[in-house]
Design a protein around this ligand. Structure first.
Ligand code: FCB
Length: 449
């Protein structure tokens, strides 16, 4: 295969999120998050797993930074646990929690690894959920205060901020599909949550600009193709609705300053209560960003299913597609397409791929190695697909593999492994997988074979 070379300053990194790796859930004054509550309810998470200990990154971050350095990673994307720094979500600051992030940032900088900080990767303080969570109209201002605290304490040393991770998941999976914390099933609430997240995002971006801090700020969206299962007009329309639900409802307000009207009409016609969108709020959420973070895993196929309220579609993938152990189809051409769509349809000027990766059943062999050839293949295909988009004009400037290490994979618990480093949860031993070595070589060459 032809070797594909990347631009000289391309950023190769890895990503994690606080609740998935930190552990230390009851230490040093951390408050409870909605994920602590969600995990405590039987049936929510496979195996009854929780993030209480996770990868113990809170105590082992120096070892983990050393590992990143060994792999040659240039950047590390991690998130701040809001309840660790503000146990009640607002009010009293937990200095010990802030000290952890400050030390982590210093360790990264010392190792020559650029920190990329996500402010909100789903672990809302439970105290704020008790006040209604993201459905509460006060939430944007609470988020603003939290964001200001982080800018104030980490700004300058941290030069890359991401306001929200995957608002679709946080709002819709959490508050409508119930597959994530807080586990609600109300679509009107979910739409309201998404709106408040976006107002909060806008306030945080404006505060960052006003602070005069050096660096960049953006948002991370999970945008993935929704393709019709057959060539019937009904499936084509269903795929368009699925695209509106997952992609356009989230990309349009941020990148176009408008909500997709076809979706708004559909939702209203189905009895969904939509928030009054203030023009000022729309301007706030669509203000220019320094980059858009894209999380891409796979496309899904869609068929018309009129009985499904309020969208009338169901996910059904063709039987012959290769899949990961989550049954997610491997569809790297869709990655190229989404990067080009952001470039051409949305006019994005800078893209960071803030997550991409795959879950497979990994085992440590008798030789102590983790031979995860399937993950190497997944990553190779996707990195080549990204290069193909760049060759056609997509302004991609960085790529963060999900994940640095196996971790608490939300409702799948520890059963789903995405790391390029294996974690033995009983001993906390880290073992670099074949994919980790492969990625390190790719970074060293700045090229993919
Ligand atoms: C994304 C999440 C991330 C991780 C991957 C597999 O949706 O942002 O935390 O769980 O999926």
């Amino acid at each position: 295969m032809e070797r594909l070379v990347f631009p000289e300053h391309f950023i190769w990194g890895s990503a994690t999120a606080a609740y998935q790796v930190e552990g230390a859930a009851h230490e040093d004054g951390r408050g409870a998050s909605i994920w602590d509550r969600y995990c405590a309810i039987p049936g929510n998470v496979q195996g009854g797993d929780t993030g209480d200990v996770a990868c113990d990154h809170y105590h082992r971050f120096r070892e983990d930074v050393a590992l990143m350095k060994e792999l040659g990673l240039r950047a590390y994307r991690f998130s701040i646990s809001w309840p660790r720094v503000l146990p009640q979500g607002r009010g009293e600051v937990n200095e010990k929690g802030l000290a952890f992030y400050s030390d982590l940032v210093d360790a990264l900088l010392e190792a020559g690894i650029e920190p990329y900080v996500t402010l909100y990767h789903w672990d809302l303080p439970q105290a704020l959920q008790d006040e209604g969570g993201w459905a509460n109209p006060q939430m944007p201002s609470y988020f603003l205060r939290y964001a200001r605290l982080i800018f104030d304490r980490l700004g300058g040393r941290v030069r890359h901020f991401i306001t929200l991770n995957e608002p679709y998941c946080a709002a819709f999976l959490g508050n409508y599909e119930g597959r994530m914390a807080p586990g609600l099933h109300d679509f009107s609430t979910a739409v309201r949550c998404a709106y408040h997240m976006y107002v909060g995002h806008g306030l945080a971006v404006r505060a960052f600009r006003e602070s005069g801090l050096p660096g960049e700020i953006g948002i991370t969206l999970n945008l993935m193709g929704r393709l019709p299962l057959t060539d019937s007009p009904a499936d084509a329309q269903a795929a368009r609705r699925a695209d509106g639900y997952l992609n356009r409802w989230f990309a349009d307000p941020i990148l176009k300053g408008s909500y997709p009207q076809d979706m708004a009409e559909l939702y209203r016609a189905q009895g969904v209560v939509l928030p009054e969108v203030e023009p000022e709020a729309l301007r706030l959420m669509s203000q220019p960003l320094d980059f858009i973070g894209l999380n891409y895993y796979n496309d899904f196929y869609v068929r018309s299913e009129p009985s499904r309220w309020p969208l009338g579609f169901a996910i059904e993938n063709p039987k012959n597609l290769p899949v990961t152990d989550r049954d997610w189809p491997i569809t790297e051409a869709g990655f190229t397409d989404m990067l080009l769509r952001l470039t051409r349809e949305y006019g994005v000027k800078k893209i960071l791929v803030t997550e991409n990766g795959a879950s497979f059943h990994d085992v440590v062999g008798l030789d102590g190695q983790v031979a995860d050839g399937a993950r190497c293949d997944y990553l190779r295909r996707h990195i080549r697909a990204m290069h193909a988009a760049m060759a056609q004009g997509a302004p991609v400037e960085g790529y963060f593999v999900w994940s640095l290490m196996d971790n608490f994979e939300w409702a799948c618990g520890y059963g789903s492994r995405f790391g390029v480093v294996h974690v033995d949860y009983a001993t906390q031993k880290r073992t670099v997988k074949q994919s980790g070595r492969w990625y390190a070589e790719l970074i060293a060459r700045n090229a993919v074979d």
